[in-house]
Write a protein that binds this ligand. Structure first.
Ligand code: SF4
Length: 440
């Protein structure tokens, strides 16, 4: 299997492989030396992601042509978006599955036969995996992703997620606690990353009030070796005082928040349908920093949104300069077919979008470098993720302020450090986004 896209898709991939393993299939970690079934779990969020998915499928089709893949299965968001059209466009694909159909894969694979090609893609997007869904872990044993909510009902004007994943639907707190109990039973699990399209919307589809704080308190009561409970993919419009207090008070909850702001100009935030304003964003960030000492804030920003004037962009730069996010990812606005924003006037030329992206990242590089420099000589706690290949005394790790795969790395020297263990590290050098230190 090749799993593309975000951690939410990765959890689906783990459920796909878990259900196949449970039915006796042998899971191989590459196509290279031949497989009966090749699976590509695709992403379709942006045009660039769709292109990457089609490229990956094309490479697998080539391997199929060389006899190294017998049947080719495409699932995930590209399958949901294009359905049967994918079969027509990619003649060597045998089975296409939608984002609400992948749990049927074991039975459908048993029915595969030459020239019996099909697309199983439901329009009714209501599937939710549970603690009973078998998972085949695709992450290092010491951290895992737990999807607490599926779909999204925010309908940001530039986003196609709700078409691919349906409206927001939360799992039950009981189901999530049981799943974590299962994941943590062998005691190597140290970090849980709570994910969804909008984790702060958790419970709001059933009780109009966010239940995320309650979930965090319940997770914190569980008896296991988990030390870090991290919240990813929040939405600034869905924070509550209860949530902020719970993050501060619950020791196991990381003092880290992924808070996509996307922009700061009220005109653009309105056009994006983000349901927030610069004043509200600023007030929320001030409250988070005042109420949760040492909080690390990660944000995502979109540049080049239709109608973004020089004045709007200057305001965005000013917001980034003043707010000084510890972590920031920027994206060029991508005109997505079928979205409201795609029909907006004043689309920004690609060259101008790229220039604005470069300016934002240049500014953030300075801010991040400056923030990192304050760690020089400090001793901090680091979770080791892996040993650097071929170098027995060099390791890659993360602080509590670094989510897996997206944020900074701590380059650690030390002897006999074990991946999945925490160590005190003295910082010897600081880089723009990373730190360098010695285990003590
Ligand atoms: S919050 Fe907005 S951008 Fe994020 S998945 Fe939902 S609709 Fe898309």
């Amino acid at each position: 299997m090749i799993s593309l896209g975000c951690p939410r898709n990765l959890v689906d991939s783990e459920v796909i492989l878990g259900s196949l393993k449970k039915r006796g299939f042998l899971i191989k970690d590459s196509f290279e030396d031949g497989v009966d079934i090749g699976i590509i779990n695709t992403c379709a969020f942006l045009r660039s992601a769709r292109e990457e998915s089609v490229d990956t499928i094309s490479q697998a089709i080539q391997l199929k042509g060389e006899g190294r893949i017998k049947y080719l299965v495409v699932c995930g968001c590209l399958g949901q978006l294009y359905k049967e059209k994918l079969l027509k466009g990619l003649s060597k694909v045998d089975l296409v599955l939608g984002t609400n159909d992948f749990f049927k894969i074991a039975d459908l694979i048993k029915g595969l036969a030459p020239n019996k090609r099909q697309a199983v893609v439901s329009d009714k997007l209501d599937y939710l995996y549970s603690e009973n869904s078998p998972r085949f872990s695709l992450t290092p044993a010491h951290y895992a992703y737990v999807k607490i909510i599926e779909g999204c009902s925010n309908f940001c004007s530039y986003c196609i997620i709700s078409r691919l994943r349906g409206k927001s639907r939360s799992r039950t707190i009981e189901s999530i606690l049981k799943e974590i109990g299962g994941l943590a039973k062998d005691s190597v699990l140290k970090e849980i990353n709570l994910i969804g399209q909008d984790t702060t919307f958790f419970g709001m589809d059933r009780s109009k009030r966010s239940e995320l704080a309650k979930l965090l308190r319940e997770i914190s009561k569980l008896k296991n070796n988990v030390r870090w409970v991290r919240i990813l993919y929040t939405h600034p419009a869905h924070y509550t005082s209860d949530l902020i207090r719970t993050i501060r008070e619950e020791e196991r909850v990381c003092k880290y928040l992924d808070l996509p702001t996307q922009h700061s100009s009220d005109k653009i935030l309105k056009a994006m349908n983000r349901g927030t304003t610069r004043k509200e964003l600023t007030a929320l960030i001030e409250k988070l920093r005042k109420d949760i000492p040492g909080i690390v804030l990660r944000t995502s920003i979109i540049v080049g949104f239709p109608g973004e004037s020089d004045k709007d962009f200057k305001e965005l730069l000013d917001f980034i300069r003043v707010t000084r996010f510890e972590r920031l990812g920027a994206f060029l606005y991508s005109k997505e077919e079928g979205t409201k924003a795609a029909r907006f006037k004043n689309q920004i030329p690609e060259r101008e979008k790229q220039a604005r992206f470069d300016e934002v990242m240049k500014l953030q590089q300075r801010i991040s470098s400056d923030i990192n420099s304050a760690f020089l000589g400090k001793e901090i706690e680091v979770l080791i993720d892996e040993e650097v290949a071929g170098e027995s005394d060099r390791f890659l790790g993360r602080t509590q302020g670094d989510a897996p795969e997206v944020d900074g790395t701590v380059f650690v020297t030390g002897s006999n450090l074990k991946p999945g263990e925490f160590y005190q590290v003295k910082i010897k050098d600081t880089l723009e986004y990373d730190l360098v230190g010695e285990a003590i």
